[in-house]
Design a protein around this ligand. Structure first.
Ligand SMILES: [Zn+2]
Ligand SMILES: [Zn+2]
Length: 205
């Protein structure tokens, strides 16, 4: 959700020179197919529309399931903020939580794809404190460090890394202390990687 909140405005920025208002779900047919950037513009436009619709539907589904009155109007960012505020309640309903994770994950992927670049990743030198592999990567967009070893799980059964095979254990900034020392990762290396200030030392080998 954090990735989507950060990237969606970038997607809108891609559309900025365009005269029509993004996010309203208005399809312009072939009218945009002019000029060298037209195909990209179309793809971004489609993605903005799909994510806007998707977030509206997701919020409706969540409110419906939790027995809340219909959600008010709001931009994608506002709606995502409201959904984030309901996460505690959503978590008590595993089916709904699963649905929300699938939907938001799918939208975040589409957003990254339309922006034309996979999420940046910076390799860290130290070892994972859980599995001892050299598999720690910093993800600047999430502001977090992940262990990319598919078999790595932490001891907490309710942690997201036990969710399914595609989830990886992650350390938000408050937990980076766990990575320092034991595995040989320096805190400066992590902060530099997440801030995008890392040099070849962090990215190389
Ligand atoms: Zn690991
Ligand atoms: Zn975990």
């Amino acid at each position: 959700m954090a990735v989507l909140v950060r990237q969606f405005p970038e997607l809108l920025a891609e559309l900025a020179p365009s005269p029509h208002r993004p996010g309203l779900g208005r399809r312009r047919g072939g009218a945009d197919r002019h000029g060298p950037s037209a195909p990209l513009r179309m793809r971004v436009c489609d993605t903005v529309r799909d994510i806007t619709d998707g977030v509206v539907e997701l919020e409706e589904a969540v409110h419906d399931r939790l027995g809340l009155p219909p959600a008010g109007k709001g931009s994608v960012e506002v709606r995502l903020g409201r959904l984030a505020g309901l996460l505690d309640r959503v978590e008590t309903d595993p089916v709904l939580m699963r649905h929300l994770l699938d939907e938001v994950g799918g939208m975040a992927r589409r957003c990254s794809d339309a922006l034309g670049d996979a999420e940046p990743v910076v390799r860290l030198r130290g070892r994972c404190p859980l599995c001892s592999s050299v598999s720690l990567r910093a993800f600047p967009l999430r502001g977090a460090v992940l262990c990319i070893n598919p078999g790595c799980r932490c001891p907490q059964p309710d942690c997201g890394c036990h969710e399914d095979r595609t989830h990886r254990h992650s350390w938000p900034e408050a937990e980076w202390g766990e990575l320092v020392g034991r595995g040989g990762t320096a805190l400066e290396e992590i902060t530099a990687a997440v801030d995008g200030r890392s040099t070849a030392g962090a990215v190389g080998r």
